[in-house]
Structures are given as structure tokens and as C-alpha cells.
Design a protein around this ligand. Structure first.
Ligand code: FMN
Length: 134
């Protein structure tokens, strides 16, 4: 298995309805190929972790990168793993809207990432929540 973490930028800020549509399709597709992960949205930035069989993760990421709703995907980390960080989530997501300044959603992200034992993965999400909650 591998885990890949990337960051990207939305062409324009997505509405909650558009985001829900992405999550719905993602959960269906990912469940079918054994991919799990987490997608966090902060303003126009996405941070996503994809984990599972290497072929499934690579094919999913190739499809995501070709999606015109975002651009400038930068792979932050890609490594072999023996254990998933997000075993229960075909694609987890912070509840509510994208990260706002009121701290509530940042707290939600903190709660979401508490179970992540891998320090690199934990650090990427913690930093992202901090930097994009303003
Ligand atoms: C930020 C972002 C994250 C996405 N994450 C996933 C994902 O985890 N899995 C997935 O299958 N599609 C994901 N997508 C959607 C894909 O780019 C693509 O639209 C979708 O996989 C096509 O699925 P379909 O051929 O079943 O319609 C994501 C799109 C965006 C913009």
C-alpha cells in the first residue's frame, strides 16, 4: 500500500453543493478500489490524502489531477505504508463549510486528525488547518 498527500488550488471557491458532489463520487469510486483518505478544504486550497493499493492510488490521483475544477497539484508526500491512517473513510471531510476564522472548523479538523498516528501525515493536516483557518 502507499499513501500520497497533495495540495492543490480550486479554480474558484467551490460551493457546499459542488463539494458534496465531489465527495459523493469520491466515496463511491474509492470504496470500489480500496482507497481511503481525507480531504480538507481551506478557502481555495485542497489538502488530500489518498491511501490504498499503489495502482488504485496512482490511478485515482491521475484522474484527480486531470480534473479542471482545480490546478497546480503538488505532491507533498508519497510513501509505502503498512497501515492506513484513515481506515474508516472512503473519503473523510471536515464537517461544515470550508475552514473559517471562528476556530470551530479548525477544532473539527483537530478532532478529525487526532487518530492519525503517522507523524508526517498528522503534521501536514495540522499545519494546513492552522494556515488556512484565518
Ligand atoms: C479536490 C478533488 C478531490 C477529488 N478526490 C477524488 C477521490 O478521492 N476519488 C475520486 O474517485 N475522485 C475524486 N475527485 C473527482 C475526480 O477528479 C473525478 O471527477 C472523478 O473521479 C470522476 O469519477 P466518475 O468517472 O465516476 O464520474 C476529486 C476531485 C477534486 C477536485
Amino acid at each position: 500500500m502507499i499513501r500520497l498527500i497533495y495540495i492543490s488550488t480550486a479554480r474558484s471557491e467551490l460551493s457546499e453543493v459542488e463539494l458534496e458532489a465531489i465527495l459523493r463520487v469520491s466515496r463511491r469510486n474509492n470504496a470500489a478500489v480500496g482507497v481511503t483518505g481525507l480531504l480538507i478544504v481551506g478557502g481555495r486550497r485542497f489538502l488530500q490524502a489518498l491511501e490504498g493499493p499503489a495502482d488504485a492510488v496512482t490511478q485515482t490521483y491521475d484522474r484527480i489531477k486531470a480534473d479542471g475544477r482545480h490546478f497546480a497539484a503538488v505532491t507533498l508526500d508519497s510513501r509505502a505504508i503498512s497501515e492506513r491512517s484513515f481506515p474508516g473513510w472512503a473519503m473523510g471531510h471536515q464537517p461544515g463549510k470550508s475552514l473559517r476564522g471562528d476556530g470551530a472548523v479548525a477544532d473539527d479538523v483537530a478532532a478529525l486528525i487526532t487518530p492519525i498516528s503517522d507523524p508526517t501525515t498528522h503534521a501536514y493536516f495540522a499545519e494546513f488547518a492552522k494556515n488556512h483557518a484565518a
